[in-house]
Ligand binder design. Structure first.
Ligand code: ZN
Length: 139
């Protein structure tokens, strides 16, 4: 039987206009850079950092004028905490559990995300106002 539970906080996603400028503050606090990548499917460039054992994902839109979620978030809210991400041991089982509670993921459901992981997003209207990302744990 697949376990639909989440295993922990994967990271906190923060939308920023300028990745380098935002990263400077975290590095000054002692954060370790964990790598950067472009996630074309989400229209973002991301930098992962580890600060006091917490993983932070800074997200900068590839095109600030685009209709991607992060670009719109920056235009409408001016940046800040964009999503909370949790590790899901079995993403398929988690999504089935959510479906039985009447909650559907955004878009087509599971999709490729950062770090080569399969991810799914839950709409803020279903979660009390915060976008949730579920990241499948790689074996
Ligand atoms: Zn994320």
């Amino acid at each position: 039987m697949a376990d639909p539970r989440v295993a922990g906080l994967a990271h906190i996603g923060v939308a920023v206009r300028d990745l380098d400028a935002a990263e400077r503050a975290y590095l000054a606090l002692g954060a370790q850079p964990l790598g950067r990548e472009e996630v074309a499917s989400e229209g973002v460039r991301v930098a992962f950092l580890s600060l006091a054992g917490i993983r932070i994902e800074l997200l900068e839109p590839l095109d600030a004028g685009a209709e991607s979620g992060v670009a719109r978030f920056l235009r409408e809210r001016g940046g800040g905490v964009h999503h909370l991400a949790f590790d899901a041991q079995d993403l398929g089982a988690t999504l089935r559990e959510l479906a039985s509670a009447g909650i559907a993921p955004i878009g087509a459901g599971a999709r490729p995300g950062a770090e080569g992981r399969t991810v799914a997003f839950l709409h803020p209207r279903d979660t009390g106002g915060v976008l949730l990302e579920l990241c499948e744990v790689k074996e």
